[in-house]
Design a protein around this ligand. Structure first.
Ligand SMILES: CC(C)(COP(=O)(O)OP(=O)(O)OC[C@H]1O[C@@H](n2cnc3c(N)ncnc32)[C@H](O)[C@@H]1OP(=O)(O)O)[C@@H](O)C(=O)NCCC(=O)NCCS
Length: 201
């Protein structure tokens, strides 16, 4: 298992039939940017003109986060399952970011906030997002945090089904001027409560 930084939480070993999840590093920046941009933005029609700028924005933001090397932040990379008898190349199939949030007491408890969960289209429905979420759980437990939170758009049915199956429930629906006007779906805040890590028997 590759680790970008020995101070980062460790991830459990992966069964051979499951995609490998490892900590991402600056060397992955291009491939992670590709996965994120292609997953969240369409480059069709007139959007192809905006796409390079969106990509650059994602690249720069992610670079800042990776360079900061915060002990409260991890970026995960999922490697594709290799075809039988073939070694893995350096492709990245999916990614997710997890950060430790310590809100003010009146804003709720410490939690791990998951963002930018994305799986490249060619690798979807292979359980990669589920594995990334499991790894976020492991990271949270190693930080001694027992709640995961994330946002999802109300009309993102694939992601909502993934989170529902993974045990997330809705905390609140957040309106915005665009959602009031019917121009955009509402954002849903979801959470999942985790059981503490059991010591090995
Ligand atoms: C949502 C997304 C991350 C799912 O990734 P994935 O690797 O295909 O998901 P998994 O294979 O782990 O799916 C696990 C379960 O989630 C549900 N699910 C995933 N994609 C689904 C879809 N398109 N339609 C319905 N259910 C879906 C299913 O229950 C699935 O289990 P099953 O395959 O046994 O039926 C991926 O479609 C994606 O990157 N979308 C674009 C970016 C995005 O919306 N990210 C989420 C932001 S909140």
């Amino acid at each position: 298992m590759l680790q970008a930084d020995p101070n980062l939480p460790s991830l459990p070993a992966t069964a051979a039939s499951q995609p490998t999840i490892r900590m991402a590093s600056l060397g992955d920046l291009d491939r992670l940017t590709h996965v994120l941009t292609a997953s969240f933005y369409s480059g069709d029609g007139w959007r192809q003109w905006v796409y390079p700028f969106v990509r650059l924005g994602i690249y720069e933001d992610l670079k800042q986060r990776l360079k900061a090397q915060s002990p409260r932040y991890v970026c995960l990379a999922a490697l594709p399952l290799p075809p039988a008898h073939q070694p893995l190349d350096d492709a990245i199939a999916g990614t997710a970011e997890a950060s430790l949030r310590q809100p003010w007491p009146w804003q709720g408890d410490r939690h791990v906030y998951i963002s930018n969960l994305a799986v490249e289209a060619a690798y979807r429905r292979q359980g990669i997002a589920r594995r990334l979420l499991q790894s976020c759980e492991q990271v949270a437990l190693q930080w001694c945090v027992h709640e995961l939170r994330l946002h999802v758009m109300e009309d993102n049915y694939a992601a909502r089904e993934l989170y529902r199956k993974f045990g997330f429930s809705t905390v609140q629906a957040e309106d915005s001027p665009a959602s009031w006007l019917g121009l955009q779906a509402r954002r849903l805040l979801l959470h999942k409560q985790l059981s503490p890590l059991r010591p090995p028997q």
